[in-house]
Design a protein around this ligand. Structure first.
Ligand code: SF4
Ligand code: SF4
Length: 374
């Protein structure tokens, strides 16, 4: 039996980290470069494009129109975009984002439409604003072909959303070999729940925002010795694409070179063998052994914080620096997820340290996070 998205090539083009160019003292999307990237991607037979209302300060969707929609026949590619309720002041503004996305992309309809970034306190907003019902109406009107949601939280909350919304056609999950058994991302658990619900999965962050091509030598050597010819990116992309029921594996590509590398890896994609899976498991174990801050993302600390500091986000961002020396990705994670609960808001009351089961010196770590990211 076939599943939704089975026929879609297993590399998708994420429009969230597009190349930038400086013009009149401002950084804007380098649209001519994006056109070359789209051309190389399409020429290699790949067809899935993923954007969102919020990417690149709201300019990603228009870049997609200019580089793709206005240059290729509409039925030759799939467009996915997302509605971020948490960026809207009220239900009316949230709903208006759909029309804005249609106008900005020029796509006419969305092959895949996602309620963006459910999880934690964000899930409730989509209910409060009536966005599930609204999205179903757009689907009935033929403007959405497949309805889903992207998710950043734990497996329990993921299952709750799926139980509440059996109308979902697909889901988008953060899946990579480093996060597969992670306590904070719970990649494997979420993936298995999706498949138990019979849902196909769009994979996001297969290279962990680029971190898995910046591995410390102790981890990279495990992969390089197993196959000197295989790039670090190929291990990460092939791990994600080897899972069953995958619609496509998104990569937020930033240069023509990255597109060429990734299509080279995925054009004649072969799933990981059993021996290769064992190599990846060894690399994951080595990553787990790195001297990172031992935060398990249990979130006990958040409940009693009078300032609403997003403590686990700050610690996870610091860990991206410690494990991968990946300043870009760490800053990106902090900017996306710590806004409103920045580390510098800490008043050093100590309530979080009293409840942290890992006995982390949270106040000191928050000072480091504030210095690094604010
Ligand atoms: S010490 Fe800082 S982070 Fe911890 S609970 Fe108090 S204000 Fe919040
Ligand atoms: S209580 Fe400790 S381990 Fe749990 S999320 Fe907070 S800092 Fe991390």
């Amino acid at each position: 039996m076939t599943y939704l998205g089975e026929d879609i090539p297993k590399l998708g083009f994420g429009f969230m980290r597009l190349p930038l160019v400086e013009a009149a003292g401002e950084k804007t999307i380098d649209i001519e470069q994006v056109k070359l990237m789209v051309d190389a991607f399409m020429a290699a037979g790949f067809t899935y494009f993923d954007t969102a209302r919020g990417y690149h300060g709201g300019k990603s969707e228009a870049a997609l129109r200019e580089a793709l929609v206005e240059r290729y026949p509409r039925e030759s590619f799939q467009v996915a975009t997302k509605l971020p309720a948490w960026m809207a002041a009220d239900a009316e503004e949230a709903r208006s984002m759909f029309e804005t996305s249609l106008a900005e992309t020029g796509a006419g309809y969305f092959d895949f439409y996602l309620l963006h970034n459910l999880g934690e306190t964000r899930s409730a907003l989509f209910e409060d604003y009536g966005l599930w019902e609204f999205a179903r109406e757009q689907k009935d009107a033929g403007l959405i072909r497949n309805l889903g949601f992207s998710f950043h939280d734990k497996a329990d909350e993921f299952e709750r959303v799926l139980d509440t919304h059996p109308e979902v056609d697909f889901v988008q999950l953060q899946i990579n070999y480093a996060d597969w058994e992670s306590d904070s991302i719970e990649s494997r658990k979420c993936y298995e729940i999706a498949r138990a619900h019979g849902l196909p999965v769009v994979v996001m962050e297969p290279i962990k925002g680029g971190s898995l091509v910046k591995l410390p030598e102790s981890v990279a050597s495990i992969l390089c010795e197993a196959d000197p010819k295989a790039s670090l990116a190929s291990w990460a992309l092939r791990f994600a694409a080897s899972l069953s029921g995958i619609v496509t594996v998104l990569s937020g590509m930033s240069s023509l070179e990255q597109v060429q590398q990734n299509v080279g890896i995925m054009k004649d994609f072969a799933p990981l063998s059993e021996a290769e899976h064992a190599v990846v498991a060894r690399a994951r174990k080595a990553l787990d052994g790195l001297p990172v801050i031992p935060c398990t993302d249990c979130r006990y600390c958040i409940k009693g914080c009078p300032e609403g500091v997003r403590i686990p986000v700050a610690l996870a961002s610091l860990n991206m620096l410690i494990a991968f020396n990946d300043e870009y990705r760490a800053q990106e994670n902090y900017d996306w997820n710590a806004t409103g609960g920045e580390a510098s808001k800490c008043i050093e009351c100590g309530a979080c340290e009293e409840v942290c089961p890992q006995h982390i010196a949270i106040i000191d770590e928050l000072k480091k996070a504030a210095a690094a990211f604010e």
